[in-house]
Every structure is written in C-alpha cells, then in structure tokens.
Design a protein. Structure first.
Ligand SMILES: Cc1cc2nc3c(=O)[nH]c(=O)nc-3n(C[C@H](O)[C@H](O)[C@H](O)COP(=O)(O)OP(=O)(O)OC[C@H]3O[C@@H](n4cnc5c(N)ncnc54)[C@H](O)[C@@H]3O)c2cc1C
Lengths: 386, 253
C-alpha cells in the first residue's frame, strides 16, 4: 500500500493549484458581486486550460483527452474545488457520459466537447421529480420515426452556457408487481431545437454565477439520432457514468475545505484576545484539530473510492460514502471557520461567508445526503435479503 | 545552441519560514519546497529561446539532495529536454555553497559545451547572489547579471540589466553566463502532456566526486534570527504633532 503521490501527480496538483490561485481567485469577487462570469474571463480560462492540455483531461486519449486515471482526475478536481464553481466551469470537464456517443454523435457532440468547442449540461431533475428520478413527467412519444417531447426540467446547472444538453426523458411505462415503472431514455438536445427553450431558473444561495436553468419542451421533435445509448436504456447509461459527478462533489468539497481551513488556522494564530492568540485557547484549537481530522478523513475516503474505480473494483457504495461524508464535513468545517473568525467571518470582506453558503448545496445536488445513505445501506442489506 | 540552466530546490516562497529554536537555521522539516522562482524565470527564458529557434537543447542541472530530482522534473515538465542531478548532500539543512556549486557547474559546462548558461540572479533561501558570477569567472566567460531583457544577436547577447535607478543595456560575447531578474518573463505552467512526458526524459545522477569537487562548507553560520517584530504605530492629533515627532523623536526631518 502506498499513500504517496507520484512525481507526475505532485506536478498535476501544483499546476492546477497555481492555475486556480492565479487565474480563478482574482475574478472571484467580481463573480460574487455581479452573479455573472464575463464572457472574456470565461473565454480566457477556457483558452488557457486548452493550452495546458487540461481541458477534458477526464477523457481517454483516443478521443483527445489526457487519459487521466480516476485518482489523477480526483486530484485535479480537488484543487479546482478551492476556486469558484462559476469560474472553474470553464476549466472544462465535460460529462463523461458522452463516451456513450455512437457513430455520427461522436463528431457532433463528444469530440467538440473534448476540444472545448461545445459545452454540455445534464438534465434529470424536474419540479415534481428530484430524488425520485423515475417519477419524471417529461415524456417523449413516438410520432412517425421521431420522438415528440413535452415537459419541464429545472435546476439544470450550466445550461446557460450549454450548446447541447443530455436530457433524461420518459419513453414508456411498464406494469410491475410494485406498480407502473417508467422507462427512461437519454437524449442529446441541441440549444435552438424548435420547441425547446432554456430560461433562467431561480437565484441560489450557493455558488453565485453558477446558474441553474429551466428547460421547457413544447412538442419538441427529436429524431432517433439524438438518442444517447439505447432507447429505454437511460438507467443503464446513468448507472454506467453518473458516479463521476458524485466523486466530483466529494473531491471539490475536500479542496474547498482545505482552503477554508487555511483561513481558520492562520486567523487562530494571529487574532489576539485576552492578550494571546485565540489559538491558545483549547476551545479554538480543538476545533482546528477536529477540522483537519475530518478533512483528511474525507480526502482519503474520496481518493480510495477513485482508486477502486481505477482497479475495476465495485465502488458504488464507497463513492456514496465519500460524497456523503465530504459534503457534510464541508458544512461543519465552513461553520467552524466562521465561528473561529467571530463576527468578521460573516462579513463579505472575507470569503468565509461565501464558502459557508456555497457548502450548503453539496449535501443536496447529485443525490441528497439521504439518498447517499439509502445507496450505502441498500448495498449493505440487499445481499442479506433485507 | 545548447542552453544550460542550473536550478535550486528551495523553501517555497509562500511558506512562512520559521527560525529554529537553537538559532542554527530555518526549520525545513516537512515544509513545502519548490524551484527557486528566479530559476523558474531562467527555465522559461530558455524555453522561449528554443521556441524562437535560437536554442536546440535545454539541459537542467540541480545540485543538492536527492529530492532535487523533483525540481528538475518540474523544469522538464515546463519543456526542458534533460536533466543532471548532482547528489551533493543527504540533508536538506546542509546548503551547498556558491563556490562549490560554481565549480561543479564549470565542470559540467566543460562536458556539455553549452553556448549560454542562464541562472536565477539569486536563490531566495540565502540570497547569496554569487553563483552565476563565480561560474563566469571560473570559465573566463562574459557575464550579464540581473537581466530583465535578453536578446541573442549572432555571437553576442544583448542584456538589459536592472540597476539602481534605471536600466542598463550591455552587449556580452557568447558563450556567456546570464543571471535573470524578476521582470524578464512570466514562467508558464507545466502543461499536462509535458507533465506526462517529463518522466520519460533522461535524468543523469552524478556526485561531486564525479567532478572532483569538494563541497564541504567553508562558511560557519553563527546564528539565524527572526527579523524584529514591527511595533504598532501611533496616532497623532494633527500635522503639528506629526512634524514635531518626525523632527524630535524620529529625527528624520
Ligand atoms: C443549485 C442546484 C443545481 C442543480 N443542478 C442539477 C443539474 O445540473 N442537473 C440535474 O438533473 N439536477 C440538478 N440539480 C437537482 C438536484 O440533483 C436535486 O435537487 C436533488 O436530487 C434533490 O431533489 P429535490 O431538490 O427535488 O428534492 P426532493 O427529492 O424533493 O427531496 C426533498 C427532501 O426529501 C428527502 N428525500 C427524498 N426521497 C427520500 C428517500 N427515499 N428517503 C429519505 N429522504 C428522502 C431528500 O433527501 C430531501 O431532504 C441541482 C440542484 C441544485 C440545488
């Protein structure tokens, strides 16, 4: 067993760390204040990421990616997690589900996404179907050789910048002993397809500038060529690829927690009350001890789950544990960091209040903490017939 | 033309240095080490010369502990071609002094025959600002120090130097030793493909004995101290009080 990073991994970490510090941090206040990423800044981040060969580094070399292992990619995302989500969206990491593209889809979606020419987004959630994905109402009906889609998706991140969106849509229903069960298909939907609109959604407390959008389908006609994977095979592609977004939440939570921790530890060393640094009070120093212990635990849990993927071992439960623990750890760490800063922690002169707000969504998106616990516990009990 | 770039592994410039309790030096246990920032600028300049077709090979040399290999790999990941590690000490706390470094470099220059040696103007750990100058003297080569601009013009190099109160441009005959200053360029990030390639680039490991150089220290560090803590300022009521204090307390006007 070896917990050390290779020379390459060390260099990947230090390159991405410098990139985030020099290319992302300086724009964070602007994005926070305006809720927008100016186009020139977005283009600049994308251009530099492409130049450095980090764009789409999660994709295999055959399709133009860098072929990073899951562990390497987790290290990249961990460092990215220090920076603003809205900005590091342009340090492009297309959804790896695009690897399911077949034939002409590769030239139209997969390759341009890897080359940074087109951006993607992914849509499952609906106003009436969040955790219960199968409860979706967005429906595609056969009409001649095409599909005609009606329905609404909401909370779709990055759809404002997307050239196309991977959308999960119900394409049928089976009767089962447990009641009717929807069949689901993944579609590739281009921005500008007639009957398809992308509009502004809600303002979120977390990650200003990283917008969530509403998608509306009104008799939107899609040919079979837009089906990603098999018709009615939506759950198969989901299960094959969507673990990745949960690891992303875990790794980014760890990266952000480390940034927050750096603030907390230096403040504890510098801020004086009662004639001494507040870090000399056990009430403060023990908080720091708990914080770093939890951060390290989340870090190793996450890297270990990525490592399992690299080894071809089952990792579903481990990834759920990492997502659950890292996102909840981040909530505790950001909260404690504010406590250590006292009133100053709440003022927007420091980024701590932002980290604290941003942390809130990590326990909700890509499967809530409850859903992760459900996945973990089913994995434990299903084999026992319970 | 071959360009030789010596690089030093030093305490990272972001690390808050701590002086050891016994005043013998700076605490280097478990602190982040990186390439000396001035050396990074030298590496960047060498790569730019190569990209401009004025250099065809960039050789990186580091003299120090085994771990200095990482520093060489970083330079290789930026785009240099190969490396030479001279394993001169086992303990990071033992600094190899400028003269010993310059002597080893002189031998390597004899072997490699570069047309240009690009050094950082100084290492940020002990600020000696001596190695490049000593190397030029040992080789009998021309030297241009504190370069903020460098142009190769045939068998000469034009070096713009940052001197007190302005810029001085000199012409030096090649081969030459040029030491670089902060404003020469902005070093690039290592690209991912180059990071992946760096491992496959050749890296020779040598010892000072291979070059017949004695690296034992000649300097004795008497003591290392923290700079005195800055005292808090005072508030003055008005200009008159300020002028009075400057005159009578500080004695500066
Ligand atoms: C900012 C933001 C961006 C998002 N981006 C995207 C995106 O790009 N694409 C996308 O498809 N979705 C996206 N989502 C949606 C996100 O994945 C969902 O919000 C999430 O899955 C939860 O669904 P819900 O909000 O409808 O909550 P609900 O599912 O209604 O849950 C409400 C509460 O009930 C609990 N609950 C539900 N079912 C169970 C159960 N079986 N057992 C125990 N507790 C349960 C939940 O844990 C939660 O606490 C985004 C969400 C946000 C907030």
């Amino acid at each position: 067993m070896n917990f050390g990073l290779t020379d390459e991994q060390e260099m990947i970490v230090s390159t991405v760390r410098s990139f985030v510090e020099n290319e992302i941090y300086p724009h964070e206040d602007l994005v926070e204040r305006t809720g927008e990423v100016p186009k020139e800044i977005a283009d600049e981040i994308r251009r530099k990421t492409l130049e450095l060969g980090f764009y789409a580094c999660n994709f295999p070399e055959e399709v133009g990616g860098a072929g990073l292992s899951h562990v390497d990619f987790a290290l990249v995302e961990r460092e990215l997690g220090r920076g603003s989500m809205a900005l590091n969206h342009f340090f492009g990491r297309p959804q790896n589900i695009l690897m399911a593209c077949e034939g002409a889809q590769k030239e139209r979606y997969l390759l341009p996404a890897v080359r940074g020419e087109k951006m993607d987004a992914l849509a499952m959630t609906e106003p009436d179907a969040g955790s219960d994905v199968r409860g979706m109402k967005c429906f595609a009906k056969r009409d001649g050789g095409d599909w005609v889609v009606n329905g609404t998706k909401h909370f779709i991140s990055g759809a404002d910048h997307a050239d196309f969106i991977i959308v999960f849509i119900a394409t049928g229903e089976d009767d089962t002993p447990k009641g009717p069960k929807k069949r689901i298909t993944a579609f590739l939907v281009d921005r500008g397809t007639p009957g398809f609109t992308i509009r502004h959604g809600y303002n979120s407390v977390s990650h200003r500038g990283y917008k969530n959008m509403v998608l509306e389908f009104d008799d939107c006609r899609l040919p079979d060529a837009q089906v990603l994977g098999e018709v009615d095979g939506g759950f198969a592609v989901m299960n094959e690829w969507l673990y990745a977004t949960r690891i992303t939440v875990a790794t980014m939570s760890v990266g952000r927690a480390r940034r927050v921790f750096d603030y907390a530890v230096s403040y504890a060393a510098e801020r004086k009350q009662f004639g001494q640094p507040i870090g000399k009070f056990q009430g403060v120093s023990f908080q720091l001890a708990d914080m770093i212990t939890e951060i390290d635990a989340a870090d190793w849990l996450t890297l270990a789950s990525a490592w399992r993927l690299d080894q071809g071992l089952p990792a579903n439960r481990e990834i759920a544990s990492a997502k659950l623990y890292a996102s909840e750890m981040l909530a505790r760490v950001t909260d404690a960091a504010i406590q250590i800063h006292g009133g100053m922690g709440l003022m927007d002169d420091l980024p701590l209040a932002r980290f604290w707000r941003d942390a809130r969504v990590e326990r909700i998106w890509d499967g809530t903490s409850e859903i992760q616990r459900h996945i973990i516990s089913r994995d434990l009990l299903r084999p026992l017939g319970a | 033309m071959k360009v030789l770039v010596p690089v030093k592994r030093v305490i990272d410039y972001n690390v808050k240095v701590r002086v050891k309790a016994d005043s013998s030096g700076v605490d280097l246990a478990n602190v982040k080490m990186s390439m000396n920032p001035f050396d990074e600028i030298a590496v960047e300049q060498a790569i730019r010369l190569k990209e401009a077709g004025q250099a065809d090979e960039i050789v990186i040399v580091s003299i120090g502990v085994e771990k200095a290999q990482e520093t060489i790999r970083t330079a290789l990941a930026m785009g240099a071609d190969r490396g030479i590690l001279v394993k001169a000490v086992d303990n990071v706390e033992t600094d190899v002094e400028p003269l010993a470094v310059a002597k080893i470099l002189a031998k390597i220059v004899e072997e490699e025959g570069p047309g240009l040696v690009l050094c950082g103007k100084q290492a940020i750990d002990n600020d000696m600002n001596a190695t490049g100058q000593m190397l030029a003297a040992l080789l009998g080569w021309a030297q241009g120090t504190f370069a903020s601009k460098l142009a190769i013009e045939g068998d000469h190099a034009s070096v713009t130097r940052e001197v007190d109160g302005g810029l001085q441009t000199i012409k030096v005959k090649m081969p030459a030793v040029v030491t670089v200053d902060l404003r020469l360029n902005e070093p690039r990030y290592a690209s991912l493909p180059n990071i992946m390639k760096a491992k496959k680039k050749p890296l020779d490991v040598k010892t000072p004995e291979d070059y017949g150089v004695d690296v034992s220290p000649r300097l004795t560090v008497v003591s290392v101290k923290e700079p005195p803590a800055r005292k808090a300022g005072v508030k003055v009521a008005d200009v008159a009080e300020l002028v009075d204090k400057l005159k009578n307390e500080a004695g500066v006007i």
